[in-house]
Ligand binder design. Structure first.
Ligand SMILES: [Zn+2]
Length: 695
């Protein structure tokens, strides 16, 4: 069968689809030849009888890898249009590469067969409806996938081999470079080296990435970065938290070669995912493979430190919230020891005073889950206050001042770095000036651009200079002896101020914030574990008993409890409240006794109820009596109202228990019931049915 005979008028009525694809951006740039070949297919279609205007070109997917169809919009559109029967023919260079994944390919074949669409590539014209053509196309698809697989295996194999020998050349983080022999060494640029050393030293000192960033900001230090890919030029930027974390987590700074820190995979839809792996699952790790800025042990210690910080912050660094109204001392500083989130404060009135509770309720608000933790705050505030007063002592401040002067000496180091920044800016400005001088003044366009660049560099130089001078002035403010004396005097003032009743709660909160970083609370059975972290990084642990509820705090006198226990034999709880008041007792809160106070005390001290006592004495319920005398429970009440049966009240409501009725009593009730029955027969229509009616 020749090619032309496969094309029918039915096919020609529909459109011809030319699918053009280059799998990587590089191919798009370099491989224009194959694009030419793809467009040549178009001419074939015209030759087969399709008019120019009915040739649809799909080229959305240029620069997309063919491994899966899900991200290739163009291929999706092709499949859709073929499925709708819009395509008479599908054209592509080596059509099997339309889809580099067998599943996608077979699906396309299937649909082409169903809609009677033809397939055309450089080798020939196929009708997927014909068994032989289909077999051939299927084979082509399989071969294409196999080719991709082998290609990949070869590439990956080569990479892994090199990685295993720690010889794989990979992009290096700033501060490390390859020398002429392709060995990794420290960046020869002293300023870059120095910045990284200061960075790691600062982390060592502060113990937190966030604090390191803040220190860089305070000192107006910049952090180096490599210029855009390929240029390798050093640029300077503000240190950010994410850069700091990346730098701290990168094992290459510890001189270790590593490969396979991340795992990437494709899901069912062909979407690519990537996940960081724990250290023990990295593919290759070789310690002491090259020069670095810190030792492997230091690196591990840093990782541990970061992990702890992470846990303390429940996933992210967190800033303390501002002090607000309300007496809770630690508001905005408290973290949940269970989940790491910030805890909020809720107040309630207790004896006319606002008392705080610290609650972790984020999930409860967002996902309507139960509250994670709720911890009464009054005791904690008190203890932390005591801890603060104990910490601000003359001795502690003396130590702090010594540390301060130690830090002062390190400022020289920072100053040197800033000087280098100025030198560099100066150098760049000079270079821009030389470039401008050298250009032919008649060449206006170039001269203008160079002049603008020179101006730009000069502006940068002025900025850096000013910044440097400003910092120098700030750094040079050494503490004078007089200031030191003032600070030491504070130590004795602080406890006085703290305990002074006239000091506002808000001011106390401000003071707490000056000293504390955060406080982590965790409830452990009957204890509260309080982790206090001071601004400088020092931590203290407190263990406080979990406070009892309010009624238990104001402990009731044992005599009263004994009295309640005794009176319950003959009185209800309401009556006991009255008796206690008459006897002149007052509740622990100072108020008169009420039914609910007595009830609560009885419940709290697990005193037997009046009902239990009466039952133990053999008293019967109305239902039980009804069974003996015959009738229902309400009839028992009726006889009690008449005074025939005697009941004993056991609660504030009309609830009674009854002594077992004697035979005489039962007799009496039966007699009365007979009389009553006759009476009710006489005026049947006028009297409503009495409880006896049921007898
Ligand atoms: Zn929580």
């Amino acid at each position: 069968m020749n090619a032309e005979s496969k094309v029918t008028s039915q096919h020609l009525k529909r459109a011809a689809y030319l699918y053009i694809r280059q799998s990587t951006l590089r191919q798009v740039l370099e491989n224009t030849e194959s694009t030419q070949r793809q467009y040549a297919l178009r001419r074939r279609a015209v030759a087969l009888g399709w008019p120019e205007e009915r040739i649809v070109i799909i080229d959305h997917d240029q620069g997309q890898s063919g491994a899966s169809a899900s991200e290739r919009e163009g291929f999706q559109r092709l499949v859709a249009d073929v499925g709708l029967g819009k395509a008479g023919i599908v054209m592509g260079l080596e059509v099997s590469r339309l889809a580099r994944n067998c599943a996608d390919w077979h699906r396309l074949l299937e649909i082409c067969a169903l809609t009677h669409s033809l397939i055309l590539d450089e080798d020939g014209l196929y009708d997927p409806g014909h068994y032989n053509d289909r077999l051939l196309l299927g084979l082509k698809g399989t071969m294409s996938e196999a080719e991709l697989h082998i290609l990949k295996a070869r590439l990956v194999g080569g990479v892994l081999n090199k990685a295993q020998r720690a010889e794989l050349k990979m992009p290096l983080p700033v501060g490390l470079v390859y020398d002429e022999d392709e060995r990794v060494c420290l960046d020869p640029d002293q300023q870059v080296q120095q910045s990284l050393r200061v960075f790691f030293a600062t982390f060592e000192r502060t113990g937190s990435a966030w604090a390191t960033v803040q220190a860089f900001r305070r000192e107006a230090l910049k952090f180096p970065k490599r210029g855009q890919a390929g240029t390798g030029e050093i640029a300077w930027q503000e240190l950010t938290h994410s850069i700091a974390l990346d730098t701290l987590h990168n094992p290459r700074y510890a001189g270790a070669f590593c490969f396979g820190r991340r795992r990437t995979w494709r899901d069912a839809e062909g979407k690519s995912h990537s996940q960081e792996l724990p250290r023990d699952q990295w593919r290759f790790l070789k310690q002491n493979a090259h020069a670095g800025y810190l030792s492997w042990d230091q690196f591990l210690a840093n990782q541990q430190r970061l992990l702890q910080n992470h846990q303390a912050h429940g996933g992210g660094e967190r800033k303390a919230g501002p002090p607000r109204e309300g007496p809770a001392l630690l508001q905005g500083l408290v973290l949940c020891g269970q989940c790491g989130r910030s805890m909020t404060v809720c107040y309630h009135h207790r004896q006319g005073r606002l008392t705080p509770d610290y609650i972790c309720e984020k999930d409860c608000v967002q996902k309507s889950e139960p509250v994670c933790q709720r911890i009464p705050g009054a005791g904690i505030d008190e203890e932390v206050g005591r801890l603060l007063v104990g910490s601000v002592t003359p001795l502690a401040l003396e130590v702090a001042l010594n540390v301060q002067s130690e830090i002062q000496t390190r400022l020289a180091e920072a100053d040197r770095l800033r000087q280098q920044q100025v030198e560099r800016a100066q150098y760049e400005a000079d270079r821009a000036r030389v470039r401008y001088m050298r250009v032919d003044p008649n060449h206006r366009l170039v001269a203008d651009t160079l002049e603008a660049q020179w101006n730009e560099k000069l502006r940068a130089l002025t900025e850096v200079k000013e910044e440097c001078e400003k910092q120098q002035r700030l750094d040079s403010t050494q503490l004078s002896e007089e200031q030191k004396a003032k600070i030491l005097a504070l130590a004795s003032e602080f406890p006085k101020l703290w305990q002074d009743a006239k000091t506002a709660g808000r001011d106390r909160k401000r003071m707490a914030r000056l000293l504390l970083e955060d406080v982590t609370l965790r409830r452990e059975q009957q204890e509260i574990n309080v982790q206090v972290r001071f601004k400088g990084g020092a931590t203290r642990e407190l263990r406080l008993p979990f406070p009892k509820a309010a009624w238990a705090l104001r402990k009731t006198k044992p005599e009263i409890i004994g009295e309640i226990d005794r009176l319950l034999a003959d009185h209800t709880e309401g009556e006991i409240a009255q008796i206690l008041n008459e006897q002149g007792w007052r509740s622990s809160g100072g108020a008169a006794f009420t039914f609910s106070i007595v009830n609560h005390l009885r419940w709290t001290y697990k005193i037997k109820t009046r009902y239990q006592r009466l039952r133990e004495r053999g008293l019967l319920t109305a239902r039980e009596v009804a069974q003996i005398i015959g009738g229902v429970a309400s009839s028992v009440k009726y006889w009690r109202h008449l005074g025939v049966l005697s009941g004993v009240r056991y609660s504030e409501k009309e609830e009674y228990l009854y002594p077992s009725p004697t035979p005489d009593l039962i007799q009496e009730i039966r007699r009365r019931r007979g009389l009553r029955g006759k009476k009710s027969d006489e005026n049947k229509h006028s009297s409503p049915s009495s409880p006896l009616g049921a007898v």
